[in-house]
Design a protein around this ligand. Structure first.
Ligand SMILES: Nc1ncnc2c1ncn2[C@@H]1O[C@H](COP(=O)(O)OP(=O)(O)O)[C@@H](O)[C@H]1O
Ligand SMILES: [Mg+2]
Length: 237
């Protein structure tokens, strides 16, 4: 069995009276691409925010490399959750510079990450004038600055055209080839299917399926089964 980089045990989270995550036990093998699949509102972003220290679970534990998760693990984690956190009035380089200063990362890493996401030569253009795809790339560049061993990408294809989606998929595979574990969420089945080694299907806060992506696996019926089973669950306490 592979080593596990990230594990959750019995995670629960409620916002007010709404139970958003219910007993979620996730297991992410090291070096894999883990696709977290689920319809809108399933709880994907909420779960991913827990891996980046933005939200705490009400119950349950998170383990990173076998030890209880702590903020120290953020040094090894890169995140892009929901919208890229950009200063719209700054250029790509300046956006990255702010982070290198904050995190004490050598400046030369800026060109490296811009190369990786293929976002060179944007010069004086400010991030606010970037296309959606460029903003996403810059968001990924920011996530890569600290050379993470775990990269969390929350619906990274949002707003991308089919070509951009293909490029992103190739990028994710490259990260994985370099030994970076990637957790990527999507509400679109085909996006996860084409890139993931493992998948977790979450619906209404319940992880209804988790396992390896085997050839010929009928992901569509798995997905609909899980969604159907949890639809209309009594989510209010
Ligand atoms: N900060 C918050 N306060 C209240 N409800 C929230 C908050 N964040 C998320 N939710 C609710 O939790 C549920 C899951 O949201 P989310 O994790 O964003 O789903 P997904 O990313 O799968 O679309 C939704 O019903 C959403 O409205
Ligand atoms: Mg989301």
């Amino acid at each position: 069995m592979n080593e596990v980089i990230l594990e959750t045990r019995g995670i629960r989270k409620a916002f007010g009276k709404q139970n958003v995550l219910d007993n979620v036990s996730l297991m992410v093998p090291k070096g894999c691409v883990y696709g977290l699949l689920g319809p809108n509102g399933a709880g994907k972003s909420t779960l991913m925010k827990m891996f980046s220290g933005m939200i705490r679970p009400d119950e349950g534990e998170i383990y990173f490399n076998g030890s209880k998760w702590s903020r120290d693990n953020l040094k090894d984690t890169g995140v892009l959750i929901e919208q890229p956190p950009l200063y719209e009035n700054l250029t790509a380089v300046e956006n990255l510079e702010v982070r290198t200063l904050l995190l004490g990362i050598p400046k030369k890493r800026i060109q490296e990450v811009l190369d990786i996401v293929d976002l060179k030569n944007t010069g004086k253009k400010r991030a606010g004038q970037f296309s959606m795809g460029m903003k996403q790339r810059l968001g990924i560049a920011i996530a890569l600055l600290n050379s993470p061993s775990l990269l969390i990408l929350d619906e990274p294809t949002n707003g991308l055209d089919p070509f951009g989606i293909q490029e992103l998929r190739d990028m994710i595979r490259d990260f994985s080839d370099q030994g970076i574990t990637v957790i990527v969420s999507s509400h679109i089945l085909s996006e996860v299917e084409q890139v993931a080694d493992y998948i977790g299907i979450i619906s209404e806060g319940v992880l209804g399926y988790q396992g390896g992506m085997k050839q010929g696996k009928d992901l569509e019926s798995l997905f609909t089964d899980v969604v159907r089973k949890n639809r209309g669950r009594e989510l209010c306490c």
